[in-house]
Design a protein around this ligand. Structure first.
Ligand SMILES: [Mg+2]
Length: 430
């Protein structure tokens, strides 16, 4: 993590911070441990000289020249924002199942950005969000989210620092991540890859979806399957359960009562996230943390969740909630309510990279979701060790697309599944 440098101001800064940290804490006897910690946290990340020489100075003119979108399998969309400086910013502006709609939204926003300085990130966020007049919603906020992370990527690259350096970080030395698991075999395979935290869903009974008030056979099956997975995880690991907002309040209470004793990491979207008052009631009836946020947008969306104490783990999605700019603000709101942030991410490596930058920028981070560490999409895919990913050190988002490896993954027509009740054919959530 630490890089050697002959940059005198940086060395002086590091020495000053080390001295200040030790003096403030008054830990003379523990000076060596404090110094080691301070050095880890404040170690400067310095770009190689050949990159530093290419860096546009703060007053040089940099303009956005083009927005390019790529549909990428299995269901993602990547955005490249090109600039006159030759620096390209990466983002993921996607609402799953509406890739073409999001692509059109980006096309409609493009004229605003062309010719503008990409470094005024917050100003562009405000202009894109507020000048739409009809604010928010999944499509426009996802488009804005992808643009926002690409602008942060450009800004970090122009200044040769990771985005978290621009947001006051790093706040931690490594970042915990979790993996999805449906079976005991999934748990074992993920453990072998280095994971210690996992998430599953409620097991189906006879391949049917849950009913508004379900029966003992359904509840006992969910409990039995969760207990098996929890045993495979072990008491020193964590296993959350995601109800996808598809469980009705009556069944949600029955499941909480059955699962509380296994100490799930969290109950995610135990009911629909728009049912805030009832979610707050459920939160009072369990000692397990309630988590929600993947379908909640912007600071205005999360305000009610916090005010009503409906959840103490917020899961904003970097690709939907408003990007890095907005999730950093949501984390600040959460901090005031002693709530934690566990960014939602069933998408690609650019979304993961943005989530890692947030994790390294905030104090109240819990765990980062991921479904891809970037193999086959980025050069130097992320690695998990002891449940954690090392703090990224590259400029901007810290990743580079592997265009060659992505050649066979361009284009898709992924759609959301249609789900119906097996008994009467009515529409159900999945
Ligand atoms: Mg979920």
């Amino acid at each position: 993590m630490k890089q050697e440098t002959d940059n005198t101001p940086d060395l002086q800064r590091r020495e000053l911070l080390k001295t200040t940290a030790a003096a403030t804490l008054g830990l003379t006897a523990a000076a060596s441990a404090t110094e080691a910690h301070a050095e880890e946290i404040v170690a400067p990340r310095v770009a190689p000289p050949e990159i530093a020489q290419q860096r546009p100075r703060a007053k040089e003119i940099v303009k956005i020249t083009k927005l390019e979108t790529l549909l990428v399998k299995p269901r993602w969309m990547f955005l490249k924002i090109h600039t006159s400086a030759g620096v390209i910013g990466l983002g993921e502006p996607i609402t799953e199942g509406r890739a073409l709609t999001c692509q059109t939204a980006i096309k409609e926003i493009e004229p605003y950005l062309i010719g503008k300085d990409p470094r005024a990130v917050t100003h562009h966020w405000q202009a894109i969000y507020r000048h739409a007049f009809y604010r928010g919603g999944p499509i426009l906020t996802s488009a804005l989210s992808g643009i926002d992370m690409a602008l942060w990527d450009i800004k970090g690259k122009l200044l040769d620092v990771p985005v978290y350096e621009l947001l006051g970080g790093p706040t931690r030395q490594r970042i915990r991540v979790y993996s999805h698991a449906r079976t005991v075999e999934d748990i074992r395979a993920a453990k072998a890859r280095g994971f210690t935290a996992f998430k599953t869903g409620p097991a189906k009974l006879n391949d049917r979806f849950s009913r508004p008030v379900d029966n003992m056979a359904y509840v006992e099956n969910v409990e039995k399957k969760f207990a098996e997975l929890k045993e495979a995880v072990g008491k020193d690991g964590d296993l959350g359960i995601d109800f996808h907002g598809s469980i009705q309040p009556g069944t949600a209470k029955l499941l909480m009562h059955a699962l509380d004793k296994y100490q799930p990491y969290f109950y995610e979207e135990i009911i629909n996230c728009q049912n805030v008052d009832v979610m707050a009631e459920l939160a009072k009836q369990t000692h397990i943390p309630i988590a929600t946020g993947e379908r909640i947008f912007t600071k205005w969306g999360f305000r009610e969740i916090l005010e009503k104490h409906a959840a103490i783990i917020l899961q904003p999605d970097l690709c939907h909630a408003g990007g890095i700019t907005e999730v950093r603000l949501i984390a600040g709101m959460a901090e005031a309510y002693y709530a934690n942030i566990a960014p939602h991410n069933p998408l690609g490596p650019i979304s993961l990279a943005a989530g890692l930058q947030i994790a390294a920028s905030i104090p109240n981070f819990l765990c980062q979701e991921q479904v891809s560490l970037g193999d086959g999409y980025i050069k130097n895919p992320f690695k998990v060790r002891e449940g954690y990913i090392d703090l990224p050190t590259g400029p901007g988002l810290g990743i580079e697309l592997d265009d060659e490896a992505m050649k066979d993954k361009i284009g898709h027509d992924w759609k959301n599944q249609e789900s119906y009740d097996a008994d009467d054919g009515s529409v159900v959530d999945w």
